[in-house]
Ligand binder design. Sequence first.
Ligand code: E9O
Length: 588
Amino acid sequence: MLYPESNECRMLTSLDGFWNFKVEEQPIDPAQPLANSITMAVPASFNDQVIDQQIRNHDGYFWYQTTFNVSKMQLAQRNVLRFGSVTHEATVYVNGKQVGHHQGGFTPFEIELDGQIHPGENDLKVRVSNLLSNKTIPIGKLTEENGNYHVDPNFDFFNYAGIHRPVKLYTTSRMAHIDEIVVKYDTDLKQTTVNPEVRVTGDFDQVVAEILDEDGNRIERVQGNSLNEIQKMVISDTHLWQPMNAYLYRLKISLLAEGELIDTYTQEFGIRKVEVKNAGIYVNDQPVYLKGFGRHEDFPIIGKGMNRAVINHDHQTMKWMHANAFRTSHYPYSEEEMQLADRDGFLVIDEVPAVGLYAGFSVSMMGQKAANTWKIMQTMDAHKQVIQETITRDQNHPSVIMWSVANEPASQQEGAHEYFKEITDYTRQLDWQHLPLVAPKIASATVDVDLTGDLFDVIALNRYYGWYIDFNDLAQAKSDLMTELRKWHQKFPDKPILFTEFGADTLSGMHSINREPYSEEYQHDYYQMNFDVFDQCDFVCGELLWNFADFATPAGLIRVDGNKKGIFTRDRQPKQIVYDLKKRWGNK
Ligand code: E9O
């Protein structure tokens, strides 16, 4: 699915703005006006826009409504309605009739409106659900009593919901349009051959493909009468996309009929090679050490809503700290963010929303975990769907150097190997780039009990020695961390080890001369201990801290106003560790 653009053949309108909103208490007729609604900004989570705890914490269904105008001229074209994401499930109605449905809160979907709209004002309603279960991705525990739902998220972030990303209406010609462009290429890092895979609906008699460099110069052009003729485009002196030094080419595809242009689309791409070998990660034949964060799409008031200023500020902050990488924990981030990551040169581990694949997991109930996860979970179909939608959406982004197919699954429980064999086979067969695969491992899936290490290219560890384990005992923590690390390396000597989480809850402004947990001093010592260990192990290929910023979670005994493992507060003010880290990464 292409990211919508306007050009000489396509028109683009934004439907973002103030919509009407209502919690579904009784069945609602989509053909009737939405009575007693309140205002809700789109895009954004609905939860923190209202001063109403019942709405904020309601589990179930919600209605959004707006209107949009279409001109007679526009109706001559093919019209498509596109949602960047609706969390977690959307049923879409236009002028009272159901036109589409999508399950999965973090990937885009679109709906053709042919025959559904008329000139003038049209009514648009979306019935949204925030329900999760053991069949959905991510996973929640769903209960129902007399039609009242309750969801216990099986993960440690607030279950924000709503229309989280932009809503757009765009047009294409009715004769033919480009559906998809995959910029496949082969490179020896000098010469690159681009073999685009383009999908088109409709008839045309000529297709033109052009490659433009960053200054807009055309460096290659091929044409033909069919899509398989636009192959073997050669870039003889390749300007590589490098970490923190991006370079983006553009591929422009045009369709013509009887000499007239009927559709065109320009797709950005970058050229780089990613490899895992000799216990290291290599980009363009150079070993890279990942410095950065696990993050969240999370900010006061907007929740998980896409906001360009917040995205840009986070990127500027990471660059200022000499970070070069982040993981999209625990779901694919907005397309707008991925585009900026390409331009900024970040190395991104793109994670699908498969978080909570651990029966009975709850951060506030550690130790009370069921051991039959792979009998309880019925997530295989939904899991494959999110992998397919994530790869389809993100495969043209040079910033994406790895796919993370799950976070902290119960990889030590019986059935884990079978489940992840199917998942990794499926992912590898979809991904033409053969990017490395990871699934960050939970602290309890130690090297002695984990069953899935052989399936992944990089051993990704979420480790909390000195916090959840060996709490307040950094000497013991250091020795336990070292022991586990050495064992992993012994077991998989060729696989690099990447820290995808490590951190300690820290209250900004809390100081302790005794360097007690939760203080900025403890956070400092905790990280220093981890760094001391990493620096002794050359098979460790990166450190992604948990977390970039404090973030909202469901209320919980160990969650006082959210998870405080940020090195920044939720509103992006630095804790003391930031300055040491900036120095470390500046030298590394
Ligand atoms: C996932 C992330 O979303 N990992 C968690 C993070 C946290 O801060 C959470 O925010 O809690 C850590 C999981 C730790 C599990 C420890 C299990 C210990 C078993 C002995």
